[in-house]
Design a binder for this molecule. Sequence first.
Ligand code: ATP
Ligand code: MG
Length: 272
Amino acid sequence: MEGAESERELAVDVGEVLVEVKNLTIKFGGLAALDNVSFVIKRGEILGLIGPNGAGKTTCFNAMTGVYKPTTGDVLLEGVSVKGRKQHQITRMGMARTFQNIRLFGEMSALENVVVGLDARHRTSVPGALLRMPRHVREEASSIDRGMALLEFVGIAQHAEKRARELSYGSQRRLEIARALATDPKLLCLDEPAAGFNPAEKEDLMALIRTIRDEGYTVLLIEHDMKLVMGVTDRIVVLEFGRKLADDVPTAIRNDPRVIAAYLGEPEDDAA
Ligand SMILES: Nc1ncnc2c1ncn2[C@@H]1O[C@H](COP(=O)(O)OP(=O)(O)OP(=O)(O)O)[C@@H](O)[C@H]1O
Ligand SMILES: [Mg+2]
């Protein structure tokens, strides 16, 4: 792993601000789904984004990735505003995501779904440790090879030729992650990637997310299962009714009376 980390070229040191969400407000008619929310995402961390149903978590992803335009406020990636940019342009800037409701090209093979992601960025790198080959060889590798390496990385290489819609639910979720990684993102946003998983599957997925972080990626994770979120994240931002309720390390969040109150009566995982 040491070799892999040094190979990945990080433009800024780990721990520096990668993304800044600044006074972000999103209104739908009279309802503020996000109300003046600010937080930063530091390079190399796994940041949890949690909160009860309807708190504004997915809306935040949508604003970051250009699906929704901020009513007011902004999102900056490495100091550059995403405002006024189209979704594919924001992807090229380095913001990738998965969706709460899986969105794959169902009739295309798993491998083809990933190659589409590779084409979205026109960049040749995938995490160094994936391919275990020297850089010059890796850069000459075809998109098929790179797509296969990514499928292997997320653990579904054996299903490369299957149509996406024929994959199990769990494999589809992993395929979405592979496709997002194919764009070589600076920030990977995962919207409830473990929704509907059993505890063992969730544990496996969290291990994968940790590995992704260890490869040098920065991850923003929406996840309802508090136990999992506490175990995998470096820091957590809590939303409630569109406002930021708390922003701290997991141990502090766990003991925050406001967070406990916000979650009273919330089922552990109601996403499925
Ligand atoms: N396109 C839209 N039009 C109108 N209202 C919307 C739209 N998208 C989201 N909302 C509303 O904004 C609020 C926040 O929704 P959002 O999907 O961001 O919540 P969430 O935190 O992701 O919840 P969940 O945990 O259920 O996924 C909700 O009240 C939702 O109904
Ligand atoms: Mg959501």
